[in-house]
Design a protein around this ligand. Sequence first.
Ligand code: PLP
Length: 681
Amino acid sequence: MEIYLDANATTPVLPQAKAAAIQAMVEDYGNPSSVHSTGLKAKALIDGARARAQRLLDTGDGALLFTSGATEGIQTAVLSALSALRGNLNADYLLYGATEHKAVPEALKHWNAVLGLGLQILAIPVDAQGRHDLEFLRRHAPRAGLVCTMAANNETGIVSDLAGIEAALGDSPCYWLVDGVQALGKLSLKLRSSRIDYAPFSGHKLYAPKGIGLLYVRAGAPFTPLMAGGGQEGALRSGTENMSGIAALGAVLAALEDGQTLRDSATLQGFRQRLADALCEAFPGLVFNAPLDLSLPTTLNFAVPGLSSRLLQDLFDAADVRVSGGSACSAAKAAPSFVLQAMGLPDWQAAGAVRLSIGPAVDEAFIDEACARIRACGESLRRHCLSPADNLPTLGEGITRFMHDGACCYLLADSASRSCVLIDPRPEQVDRLVQALHCQDYPVLAILSSSGEAEHAEARSLLVDLLNTPLRPSAAVDALGWPSGQDALNLGDRRLTRKTCPQGQVLLLSEAQVASVAAIAFTGMLDAQATSALSLPLAASCFLAPGRDEAQQVVLGLEDAADTPHLLSGAQLQSFMQQHPNALLVDVREPFEQFLSQTPELAGAQMQAVALSRLMNALPEWLDEPGRPLLFFCRSGNRSRQAAQALTRLGHPNAWTLNGGLALMPSFSAKAPAADPALYV
Ligand code: PLP
């Protein structure tokens, strides 16, 4: 069963809302503008839904119109205010809270340009708690034409001090837009008694379907329709009404009014506290990015030192728990959340944020299950050396890659000699590496830098301080971390040497039997072409491990072939297996994900689990069997594509990726009993 903890992004549709929508589509399908009985029924439905919204929001004699959602409501409000300003331009600024949803500043920019107003658009700073800087507002309000402030923030849940903002506006003639999207159903808004001119709301954040919203317009506030036409909604918004959406929203508002289906604030606070406790237990060192006492009782935003937002999202998703990254993640780089940056939080918190949000319809049993899953996530991290644990060394032998913002750090571990070497660590990875090294418990022979970057040296000195004495490498090292006077290190049967080149160094790893030619080269800043040009003692089949990997290549060869792997859809899987009974299915998810989720079971199929971070270790074996199809799979198809591309580039003719990943194969993503971590390389 999925545990959906991403209600601030959107919610499922309440059963009674779904029933109302179906009724409006199938039985009461009239056009509310028609004067016959079927039309009158539809009209009554709209009037009823609107009346509920008016009561709940206490709109007085203000207008309340149905829109397609909050983005449309915001456009309409901004267009209305700016059209009025154009006729009477007595302002310099358009102000918006620095943590507003993008729809607000983008609408301000758009309509300011379209209407040719040329007003200066300024962000109102927020303090460390995400609250608006009221002093800034007091200073700028007298010359402001429109001020936009949200009632509650979608990322942090921080509730704005609307009374303080209203006071700071003083007797400014400006218009005031309050984005009420995240407040609906969670905070009481009494619009009649405030000077708010415009307040947009969105149905899909509160159990109605997508495509329906509301806009409140204060009586007397200027209004310019965004859409002209048949004169529906009292000519404020033309176009035949979205009757199924309105019916569904009406049913949600009825549930809000009857007080039975949706929980009150005190109950939600209790639920959130239980989730917060489970998180703190599961992830030692966790910090909340917003004070809970100033936030909606339905939102938690946090970061865990040493664990990226992406890793945490993969972890939760493997446990069938849906959360959201507090930051937008592009392919390999995590873009820090602008909301948390505006609050002045440290970079690691802004880049590593995770948001967990519940809707007010959740119940005790749901929270019990959510807490159990969160604890299981913590357990998985402990078992896989990502969180403090007692004596559970399962970190693999060989090469493990750790990524941070496109930069690659490598851990080379040898169990026979019980020793390891670290290459190119970054300060942001130190917590995670310390955890891994303590868990593995092998003395660290050296912490090396291939390119001489200052960050590597900084990470080395942090690691040396944090590792306990038996693990700590020797103190006497040169600028690149090599024990003084040494150019080679033995790691069991392997030998690591260095070759200096103008861009730094290339570190060459060779097997003892063929010590003179390298099987793997850690190329630091060099690409494959530059490495080939150096005429190093590299085996023809040498793998190149790059120092940066924004392009998500994972591993390169000296003579790369094209890298277009074969794509397989979930629907083709069975027939693929019939055609290729000898195919090897490779799960490239990390062991901490595999532990939490089910692995596909296909009768007779041979499976191997090799996390993408440890792909390098399995390459020789796979490349030795070019006739055997390799089908890589992961959660979303991204990591399996990287693996299949790498194999194709290295010359394997038969590497496949499961397009769209397990996410598109629901029967495979369900929670199952914990797998044995020892199964995974
Ligand atoms: N404002 C806030 C605070 C939101 O969270 C969202 C949705 O993410 C919007 C506006 C946009 O709403 P809609 O999806 O209805 O256009």
